[in-house]
Design a protein around this ligand. Structure first.
Ligand SMILES: Nc1nc2c(ncn2[C@@H]2O[C@H](COP(=O)(O)OP(=O)(O)OP(=O)(O)O)[C@@H](O)[C@H]2O)c(=O)[nH]1
Ligand SMILES: [Mg+2]
Length: 432
């Protein structure tokens, strides 16, 4: 059972802005007309009840959102890419492990419809139209699109069980879990075989649900007798309880009643969780009448409305029926987290959006060496990448823009003087 996965997410790059001029008769260069690039798509996770496992995130999975298109002539903005929306199971934690180690928790998708922007798409670059001003009618600058974010993330799924298997030791709870899911709990003919809870995913038609098997309960469990007490908390949030009882032992009704009383004493809410009575080991019944007689007794004791199933994990008698009944009961109950208007709004895409905090503002300039400086201001870098700085007239405009961005001031504060070497992206020029 996969409950953890490590994948790469790549947001789309923004499209480049372009340098372009309107064509007019007798005018060598009409007004600037270079359009902006479109935005790159983001990778967005949405918590959904339609997925229950992380199985689709196989090792080496790369989720890659599309790139924005470059700008066009006549001020046409390039098309933005759609966000890549990926459904993940409710209860998925997203850890950024790009920097190694345990990583940083960037989101916890615990409610249906909650969204997390895992990697933000790059913004489109400005075309030269955006750089026109009263003093510069022929702007030669354009920005390259911003690169989309790239992250390594680990997904952790905190499995919340839908159905809890409860009952006295040796009733066959672990045998049931092993029979209906791929889980391999320890099974043995003595009480207290199960020492801690185990989970299994049960696939039914196109759906799946999670079942938890806990250690056997005995009288006094609520106050710490036996092993069960410590584990009752694991069934507090299950939506259905399957109460397993060994039908071949005497006093079936009494044993069911004892356990129910323990649940009530532990937490009154547990006593009202919908329950299904599962009478196991019917292969050991001596006469056919035993089943009918027990059925009557259980209904007389716990009401006509209670569902009683007779099964045998040994012969698999009634097992399909058991799965179908668990599914039916779950279907009749509200989905976990689907109560409340806030989550309903979230399901409609208007709910809270979790977004990783952007890093604090970074510096614009780095000192590389004595008298060598690098401009790292993101907009300046994109401008350098999107413009032809080999042309001195473009370089002049670029330097003016650096001053507007406040980069010049920082360069000077860092010690740049006439003749210093300034590097931006993969270009190098002398400062003056
Ligand atoms: N004859 C028969 N034996 C069964 C059946 N189901 C389970 N058993 C046996 O009953 C014993 C107990 O089964 P487990 O599944 O370990 O019971 P449990 O309820 O998980 O027990 P604890 O973990 O101790 O609480 C094992 O020896 C099983 O092989 C059944 O349908 N028929
Ligand atoms: Mg067990």
């Amino acid at each position: 059972m996969i409950d953890s996965a490590r994948i790469t997410v790549l947001a789309g790059n923004g499209g480049n802005g372009i340098v372009n001029f309107r064509r007019e008769a007798f005018v060598p260069r009409g007004g600037p007309a270079g359009g902006d690039g479109g935005d790159g798509g983001s990778v967005v996770f949405v918590a959904s009840t339609s997925v229950n496992t992380l199985l689709k995130f196989r090792k080496g999975t790369v989720l890659h959102a599309g790139d924005g298109q470059p700008g066009g002539s006549a001020r046409k903005t390039g098309a933005s890419a759609d966000d890549m929306v990926v459904e993940v199971p409710i209860g998925t934690e997203v850890w950024d492990v790009t920097g190694g180690g345990n990583g940083i928790l960037i989101g916890d998708l615990s409610d249906e419809g909650s969204r997390l922007v895992v990697a933000r798409g790059g913004q489109g670059g400005f075309g030269n139209t955006k750089f026109a001003s009263s003093t510069n009618q022929t702007p030669m600058l354009a920005e390259a699109g911003e690169l989309g974010e790239e992250r390594e993330v680990r997904l952790n799924l905190k499995l919340l069980a839908d159905v809890g298997l409860i009952g006295m030791p040796n009733a066959g709870k672990s045998s049931i879990l092993a029979s209906i899911s791929a889980a391999k709990p320890k099974i043995a003919s003595y009480p207290f075989t199960t020492l801690e809870p185990s989970l299994g995913v049960v696939y039914f038609e196109l759906d799946a649900f999670v079942v938890v098997d806990i250690p056997g309960l005995i009288e006094g469990a609520h106050s710490g007798v036996g092993l069960g007490h410590e584990f009752l908390k694991h069934i507090e949030r299950t939506r259905v309880l399957a109460h397993v009882v060994d039908g071949a032992e005497p006093e079936v009704v009494e044993r069911v009643r004892t356990i129910n009383e323990e649940l009530r004493l532990y937490n009154a809410r547990l006593a009202s969780t919908p329950q299904l009575i599962v009478v196991n080991k019917i292969d050991l019944f001596e006469d056919a009448g035993q089943r009918e007689w027990l059925d009557d007794e259980l209904h007389a004791a716990f009401g006509d409305g209670i569902t009683v199933l007779f099964i045998s994990t040994a012969t698999r008698d009634g097992m399909d029926w058991l799965i179908a009944e668990m599914r039916r009961m779950l279907e009749q109950l509200p989905r976990r987290g689907s109560e409340g208007s806030e989550t309903v709004a979230a399901a409609n895409g208007t709910g809270p959006v979790l977004r990783p905090q952007p890093m604090g503002r970074k510096r614009s300039v780095e000192v590389v060496d004595k008298d060598v400086f690098r401009i790292v201001h993101p907009r300046a870098v994109r401008l350098a990448r999107g413009s032809n700085l080999d042309d001195w007239s473009v370089l002049v405009q670029f330097q003016r823009r650096l001053s507007e961005l406040g980069v010049t001031k920082e360069l000077e504060a860092a010690g740049v003087v006439n003749g210093s070497t300034v590097i931006v992206d993969d270009m190098e020029f002398d400062w003056n």
